[in-house]
Design a protein around this ligand. Structure first.
Ligand SMILES: Nc1ncnc2c1ncn2[C@@H]1O[C@H](COP(=O)(O)OP(=O)(O)OP(=O)(O)O)[C@@H](O)[C@H]1O
Ligand SMILES: [Mg+2]
Length: 260
C-alpha cells in the first residue's frame, strides 16, 4: 500500500532522514521505533506532506505521492495524529471530530447559504458519524467536553476519531501512547487491534515496546536517520544492532512507560 524509497531529509547540516526504504503492506500494522531524535516524526512528516523530502520517493496505492500537500493526501486516504496532540481547544470533542469529516463533504458555501438538501443531509450525517466514531473509540459520553476537560488518554482517542472521520485507508499515529499510564496503553493496543480488524492499515511510532510487540506485524528501526533493521517483532527483539541502539535500556523499564 505504501512504499518509501531512499527517502532523505536534511535540516542544514543534519540529515534527519537518511536514505530510508521500506514497504507497508495493506492491512498490516507497521511500527517505527528508534531513539529520541532518530528521525521518526520527520519520516512521518515526509509521508504526510508536512515536510518535503530532499530526495527519494513515496508511493501510495501504486501512485507517486512524493511532495503532495497534506490536504490532498488526506483526501486520498492518509490520516494521521500528532506526537503533540493537536485538537482545537475551543471546540468540544464532537466538533473536533466533525472537522475531520469536512474533507469528505461535497456541499459548498452556496449550498449552506441556500440551506440546500445536500448541505442539511451532510450536516446531519457529519454529526451522526462523529458521534458514532467517538462511541467507537470510547469517548462518546464525553463528546460535549472541551479537550482540556478530558484525561490525556481520551484526548488521544478524540484525535484518533478525528483522523478516522476521514475514512483513511492508511492511518499514521505518532506516539499514540505517549503520556499514558499502563492501563491506557493497553486500551490503545486493543484499539489498534480493532482498527486492524476494521481494515485500516496502520503505521505507528511507539516507544512502549510492549505496545510494539503486541500490536505490530512489522517493525522498522531507525537510528540517526537511517534504517538499521526491520522484521517481525520477534526478529527485532533479538537483533543485536537494535538492542545496542535502542533496546539496550532495560526493557522492564519500558513496561507501560511513557516517552523517555
Ligand atoms: N523543522 C526542523 N528543523 C530543524 N531540525 C529539525 C526539524 N525537525 C526535526 N529536526 C531535527 O531532526 C532530528 C530528527 O527529529 P525527529 O523529530 O524526526 O525525531 P524523532 O525520532 O521523532 O524523535 P522523538 O522520539 O524525540 O520524537 C532531530 O535532531 C531534530 O532536532
Ligand atoms: Mg517524534
Amino acid at each position: 500500500m505504501l512504499r518509501v524509497e531512499h527517502l532523505t531529509k536534511r535540516f542544514g547540516g543534519l540529515i534527519a532522514v537518511n536514505d530510508v526504504t521500506f514497504d507497508v503492506a495493506r492491512g498490516q500494522v507497521v511500527s517505527i521505533v528508534g531513539p529520541n531524535g532518530a528521525g521518526k516524526t520527520t519520516l512521518f512528516n515526509l509521508i504526510t506532506g508536512i515536510a518535503k523530502p530532499d530526495a527519494g520517493k513515496v508511493t501510495f496505492d501504486g501512485g507517486d505521492i512524493t511532495g503532495f500537500e497534506p490536504h490532498r493526501l488526506a483526501q486520498m486516504g492518509i490520516g494521521r495524529t500528532f506526537q503533540n496532540i493537536r485538537l482545537f481547544s475551543h471546540l468540544n470533542a464532537l466538533e473536533n471530530v466533525m472537522i475531520g469529516r469536512v474533507a469528505r463533504t461535497r456541499s459548498g458555501v452556496l449550498d449552506a447559504m441556500r440551506c440546500s438538501a445536500l448541505d442539511r443531509r451532510e450536516r446531519t450525517e457529519m454529526v451522526e458519524s462523529a458521534e458514532a466514531l467517538l462511541d467507537w473509540v470510547g469517548v462518546g459520553a464525553n463528546r460535549f467536553r472541551l479537550p482540556a476537560e478530558l484525561p490525556y488518554g481520551d484526548q488521544r482517542r478524540v484525535e484518533i476519531a478525528r483522523a478516522l472521520a476521514l475514512e483513511p485507508k492508511l492511518l499514521i499515529l505518532d506516539e499514540p501512547t505517549a503520556g499514558m499510564v499502563a492501563r491506557e496503553a493497553h486500551e490503545v493496543i486493543h484499539l489498534i487491534g480493532r482498527l486492524r480488524e476494521a481494515g485500516v492499515t496502520l503505521m505507528l511510532i511507539e516507544h512502549n515496546m510492549n505496545v510494539v510487540m503486541a500490536a505490530s506485524d512489522h517493525v522498522v528501526v531507525i537510528s540517526f536517520g537511517q534504517k538499521i533493521a526491520e522484521g517481525t517483532p520477534a526478529e527485532i527483539r533479538a537483533d543485536e544492532r537494535v538492542i545496542e541502539a535502542y533496546l539496550g535500556v532495560d526493557e522492564d523499564d519500558a513496561v507501560g512507560a511513557t516517552t523517555p
